[in-house]
Write a new protein. Structure first.
Length: 282
């Protein structure tokens, strides 16, 4: 499915969830021909994201609504900035308001966090990535916001890359057995996927190296142990650091020379950017 089709499905579901059989408050209090203009007002500092999604929300409720952006996604905003203006049927604007704000606030919160992380490691070659710890049904938009904020996307799902984690290793019997099984799977399906292996110590790092993994994940390694792992790996494959990463530790982790640093907090516990829609009747 094309990305545009996926976004439309997400928006359609969100609108059905919110409006249901009808916005009874707007139907009762607002005349059918009443016009209005609304301004999206930012009440915090951060990175704006999701304006195109908010526009599509409004247009999905009433295609005659006009939506004008004052700034592009990815731009820095500060409290008091007007980032977009919407005008048209007042009932339609009011019915679409909450859904549009839900998307833009969450996406802007993610983009803001991503921007902070990206700046923290900008002096290194490391890339901060997201994880699969996204809101169910919103993964595409969550990952779009991560990119808008300046970080990278990890795999989108369980289907596009092998990531052999500790539980897979436990069930398979060893790292070697798990990697061999993945290669057998690829031969059978006649498809090629990257193989990443999660490791907990230097012994497992060596086993993953022996298996010629494409990416080795250093899971919950202390920085000094991570440095030892990097010497052991010596550029043979890509390296990802993961587990308990936060803004107080990400700089030191990046300076060890890892290629990727995955941060679940970019999406799983995001603080929404405070944005409101101020509506004036015409």
């Amino acid at each position: 499915m094309k990305q545009s089709e996926q976004i439309k499905k997400i928006i359609d579901f969100a609108l059905r969830e919110d409006i249901g059989k009808g916005d009874i408050t707007s139907l009762a209090t607002v005349k059918s021909n009443q016009k209005a203009v609304g301004k999206f007002l930012v009440k915090d500092n951060g990175i704006i994201a999701g304006l195109s999604v908010a526009k599509q929300v409004m247009k999905s409720v009433d295609n005659k609504i006009k939506f004008k952006t004052m700034i592009n996604d990815g731009a820095e905003v500060k409290s008091g900035d007007i980032v977009a203006e919407v005008s048209g049927n007042a009932r339609a604007i009011l019915s679409a308001e909450r859904t549009a704000l839900n998307f833009i606030q969450r996406m802007s919160g993610i983009a803001t966090a991503a921007s902070i992380y990206a700046k923290a490691v900008s002096h290194t070659g490391a890339k901060v990535t997201d994880t699969r710890k996204t809101a169910p049904g919103l993964r595409l938009l969550d990952k779009m916001a991560v990119k808008i904020g300046g970080c990278d996307n990890h795999r989108f799902g369980l289907y596009d890359m092998f990531l052999i984690k500790d539980n897979h290793i436990e069930v398979a019997g060893s790292i070697t057995k798990a990697v061999d099984a993945c290669r057998k799977f690829m031969r059978k399906k006649k498809k090629k996927f990257l193989i990443e292996v999660e490791t907990k110590n230097l012994v497992e790092v060596q086993e993953a190296l022996n298996c010629k993994a494409d990416i080795i994940m250093l899971d919950n390694f202390e920085v000094e142990e991570m440095k030892k792992a990097m010497l052991l790996i010596n550029g043979v494959c890509k390296v990802e650091a993961s587990g308990g990463v936060n803004l107080s530790t990400v700089k030191a982790i990046a300076e060890t020379g890892v290629d990727y640093i995955s941060v679940g907090g970019l999406t799983h516990s995001v603080k929404a950017l405070d944005i409101s829609l101020e509506i004036i009747p015409l």
